[in-house]
Design a protein around this ligand. Structure first.
Ligand SMILES: CCCCC/C=C\C/C=C\CCC/C=C/C(=O)SCCNC(=O)CCNC(=O)[C@H](O)C(C)(C)COP(=O)(O)OP(=O)(O)OC[C@H]1O[C@@H](n2cnc3c(N)ncnc32)[C@H](O)[C@@H]1OP(=O)(O)O
Length: 301
């Protein structure tokens, strides 16, 4: 899937061979990777082969303070995902967070507030790309959700094949866009409907539900809820179960199930970008984002 078509110099620069990132070339331990484990990645994304599971990589999101999906962060995630897809030694990825208490705070609001249409278009293209890359991945993708996961963070989780959530009441998950005065685009909606059903999705989307773990399990937005210190080990054991299936049969089946949903976006990506730019540029929407960002600041007292 072409990554750099239509992207501006900034993003193309970021997409240059990731090995530019000091110490992060494949095979050399990246800074802070500890005991020389062969890993790679970039400043905001650390990818480590799982020492206990052959063919499995753990992708740690580390864009402090809240793993908000900025354009740079999205680009680094895309680069790491592409490398894993192209490295045939990997069959599965566990996506998790290195930011305590937060899986991902979702899309970076500052990429959508006070930005010109060209930037918003570039940003939305990267958001689309991340979803398509994860949702259609040939790898087994398991979300080890070790923190709160609103909106874009929930979409990332829903795009995995399986979701393990830590049993911490603070770690709510959901598409809460209406609480910000905005909306989830149709492909966010489609993935939620596919996961929890039409009526539950309709209610959750309109009310901007953030489901605490027990409710998230009950409605089906996650597959398992476990004690916080068992999230990674549970993700690893589920991965082993999924990797016991022959890759080609599992990949063909995943594609059979997911391609119609992905095609709805693939057939209208430019129109979706234009719709996003028109919508997000509305004065009323910009005002809503301003109010929400102010609330976040006031929350800190
Ligand atoms: C009719 C046609 C329609 C066409 C439609 C087309 C498209 C649809 C249109 C738009 C699509 C939008 C889809 C949007 C998806 C999203 O993901 S929007 C983001 C939603 N995220 C949230 O609501 C989470 C907001 N954050 C929080 O609730 C909290 O920060 C927290 C994650 C619970 C963490 O709390 P805490 O640990 O207390 O940390 P702080 O709140 O203090 O935050 C630390 C700093 O991080 C900043 N921040 C937090 N979240 C974000 C974010 N998402 N983006 C940017 N920045 C964020 C926060 O402001 C703090 O910054 P400072 O330290 O104050 O600088």
């Amino acid at each position: 899937m072409a990554l750099t078509v239509g992207l501006r110099p900034l993003t193309r620069a970021l997409l240059r061979p990731w090995a530019r990132v000091p110490g992060a070339a494949l095979g050399r331990p990246a800074a802070g990777s500890g005991d020389g484990v062969r890993c790679f990645g970039s400043p905001r994304v650390l990818v480590e082969p799982d020492p206990a599971a052959v063919g499995v990589a753990v992708m740690k999101m580390r864009n402090p303070p809240v793993n908000s999906l900025s354009l740079e962060f999205l680009t680094e995630l895309l680069i790491s995902l592409e490398k894993l897809e192209n490295d045939k030694t990997f069959r599965g990825i566990i996506i998790t967070s290195d930011c305590p208490g937060i899986f991902s705070a979702g899309l970076d609001l500052l990429e959508m507030y006070g930005r010109d249409p060209a930037h918003c278009a570039e940003y939305w293209k990267a958001v689309q790309e991340l979803w398509l890359r994860v949702y259609l991945s040939n790898l087994v993708v398991i979300g080890a959700i070790n923190g709160i996961s609103p909106a874009g963070g929930c979409l990332l989780s829903l795009s995995c094949d399986y979701r393990v959530l830590a049993n911490n009441p603070k770690y709510a998950i959901g598409l809460n866009e209406t609480l910000l005065g905005i909306i989830a685009p149709f492909w966010f909606k489609d993935v939620l409907v596919n996961t929890i059903g039409h009526r539950a999705a309709e209610r959750a989307l309109q009310l901007g539900f953030l489901f605490p773990p027990s409710d998230a399990l009950q409605v089906g937005i996650v597959d398992q809820v476990v004690p916080e210190d068992q999230v990674q080990s549970t993700a690893r054991s589920v991965m082993a179960q999924w990797l016991a299936i022959p890759d080609h049969a599992r990949q063909l089946t995943k594609n059979l199930v997911r391609k119609p949903t992905a095609d709805r976006l693939l057939q209208q990506r430019d129109a979706d970008i234009q719709n996003f730019v028109r919508f997000i540029s509305r004065d009323s929407i910009q005002k809503s984002l301003h109010v929400y960002l102010e609330k976040l600041k006031q929350k800190k007292g």
